[in-house]
Design a protein around this ligand. Structure first.
Ligand SMILES: [Fe+2]
Length: 316
């Protein structure tokens, strides 16, 4: 049932992939052990038929983005996105993304909002049930954050990167994310996957120059306008991400492999540990959880502990 393989085309090592066949029992001890080993080791867990489905009505709704959004920008990079905040049970009204130098947001139609919110809330609950089956030891330790919906298509390649959390510092916690391709017909979501975290960090760490956190950002954090203060860990992750993304030679020569996720499939990764980049696709959901390092089966494999070991300093 459990089918483990290395997804490398190059000689060099790339991210490990665990495929869980449809219908497999996610809650057997062997499955749980293999899943946590893959996840914490910086691999990707792939569920070709995961079981999360939109209703007929929801599929019909998203099959024409004009039904859900007041305007469709001419975009290639899949943004802006729609963000659902599970704490409020609603879609964030003012979530902006920079698209070709302009700040844009996905303006959801009032007629579509209740259906979209219901689907995104149901998705969040479904991901919690997946966590309960595959990673019961994480239950009760995770902080469930946003659900992201990407209604726009991507048709250009996103550079390989690790996720950093921008306005939402994780303060050393991992970003455990469950993604699903919800395209209403046939379009796959394609990702590229890169090398493991540690060689990536070793390559770029000597170039990292941390800035002192600005006075404005610490005031915003203290006032609760941004979600917590940025720790050194958050700064390192953001700096490494930026260095890797802007290095054209790295992007061309680093080990990588393309992976295709068809509609109806899901995949799980700790995305601050996994070098990845979206390549193409349209319509996906993902749920982000923050995973405390001490909740991990092996905390030494977290991006925090690896960075602390390589920098020789405490980062949170
Ligand atoms: Fe990412």
């Amino acid at each position: 049932m459990v089918n483990e393989e290395h997804v490398s085309v190059c000689e060099a090592e790339t991210v490990k992939m665990l495929t869980i066949e449809p219908g497999a029992d996610l809650s057997t001890p062997e499955m749980r052990r293999t899943a946590i080993e893959t996840l914490e080791g910086g691999g990707v867990i792939y569920l070709p038929r995961s079981g999360f489905e939109l209703t007929e009505q929801e599929r019909d709704l998203i099959s024409d983005t004009a039904k859900i959004l007041t305007q469709e920008p001419d975009v290639q990079d899949g943004r802006p996105t729609i963000i659902f905040d599970p704490a409020r049970g609603s879609i964030k009204k003012y979530h902006y993304a920079r698209v070709r130098g302009k700040m844009m947001r996905a303006k959801v139609r009032d007629t579509a909002r209740p259906d979209l919110e219901a689907a995104m809330a149901r998705y969040g609950k479904w991901t919690e049930s997946v966590i309960g089956q595959l990673f019961p030891s994480y239950q009760g330790t995770l902080d469930r954050k946003r659900v992201t919906y990407r209604p726009f298509q991507r048709s250009n390649i996103q550079a390989l990167h690790i996720d950093s959390s921008y306005g939402y510092p994780t303060q050393g916690r991992g970003m455990l994310r469950i993604f699903s391709n919800i395209h209403p017909t046939t379009r796959p979501r394609i990702w590229q996957l890169g090398e493991p975290f540690e060689p990536f960090v070793r390559r770029f760490l000597p170039s990292v120059r941390l800035k002192e956190p600005s006075l404005i950002s610490s005031i915003l954090a203290r006032l609760g306008i941004v979600d917590g203060t940025k720790t050194k860990y958050d700064q390192y992750i953001a700096a490494l991400r930026a260095l890797g993304m802007s290095d054209k030679e790295y992007q061309q020569t680093a080990p990588h492999k393309f992976m295709e996720f068809p509609p109806g499939s899901s995949w799980i990764a700790i995305t601050d540990l996994v070098l990845h980049g979206a390549v193409s696709g349209q319509h996906s959901f993902d749920q982000t959880f923050y995973l405390p390092v001490d909740a991990m089966n092996d905390p030494s494999r977290s991006s925090l502990r690896i960075l602390e070991r390589l920098t020789g300093e405490a980062l949170v």
